[in-house]
Design a protein around this ligand. Sequence first.
Ligand code: ZN
Length: 131
Amino acid sequence: MQPLNARTTSAMSKVRQVRTTPEERVAKVLRELGKAYRRNVRNLPGKPDFANRSKGWVVQVHGCFWHHHDCKRGTVPVNNREEWLVKFAANRVRDQRVEADLRGIGFEVVTVWECETRHHAALVERLINLR
Ligand SMILES: [Zn+2]
């Protein structure tokens, strides 16, 4: 599937809205670097956000809240704090397992945090060496 163009029908612009801004920033940089990719690849572990099967790489974009990044966005809600901590811990364990599974079948895995997508040059740096 090709990435969606910004000029779309109204039906397609609804599809675009479900995609988060951090993912769009990563897509833009991958295009700038000429790295071909598929999005939301179902038949790979963890349904990676971006992948190139033949080159053997995956780029995961992790939201800082849901994946509990160690940054100012990785907050814990005051209400039901214990339940959130359990949920975040489970998310982190799942992230690690997915990454291990992908590496196990020979994929290079790059994890990009939501907060990192705000720095274009740094994002280029992270992605430029993909195979
Ligand atoms: Zn972060």
